[in-house]
Design a protein around this ligand. Structure first.
Ligand code: ZN
Length: 142
């Protein structure tokens, strides 16, 4: 890991806040990686990606076409739900399968991991594999 933006052209932005050094020997430096994991900005991430796309793809490996059978395509949907009476945001969660026309209300405990409930990340739900397992648990799928 490095604390610096991984785009080698980052100093070429020539922003005022990138200037360091003493009089007569001033220079532009990279920004710190901040908010974009290894980069300082979306632009720097894009520059890096453009340069290293092939290297990344070779490292990760290519995959063939992926398919999901419609009957197996379960997911959990989050709906923001502002209750003006209680002045509260009571999130609603549904387990869904569009092919089967299923949209069933589930509890937050079913929709989210204990960690995400703890952090109060309302919008993060269990992934589609876990949604399918939940559908089986609920007797919606087998
Ligand atoms: Zn940068």
């Amino acid at each position: 890991m490095s604390e610096w933006c991984q785009n080698k052209k980052c100093p070429e932005k020539k922003n005022q806040n990138q200037i360091r050094g003493s009089k007569g020997a001033k220079y532009y430096q990279s920004n710190k990686a901040n908010g974009y994991i290894y980069w300082c900005s979306m632009g720097c991430r894009e520059d890096w990606w453009t340069e290293h796309t092939n290297t990344c793809m070779q490292a990760v490996g290519f995959i063939d076409k992926q398919i999901i059978y419609l009957d197996d395509a379960w997911f959990v949907e989050y709906k923001y739900n502002w209750n003006s009476d209680t002045q509260n945001n009571d999130p609603l969660y549904y387990i869904r399968n569009k092919n089967r026309g299923v949209k069933q209300l589930i509890t937050r405990e079913q929709a989210q991991s204990p960690e995400d409930i703890e952090r109060d990340y309302c919008h993060i739900t269990i992934d589609d594999t876990q949604a399918r397992e939940l559908a089986i648990t609920l007797g919606l799928a087998s």
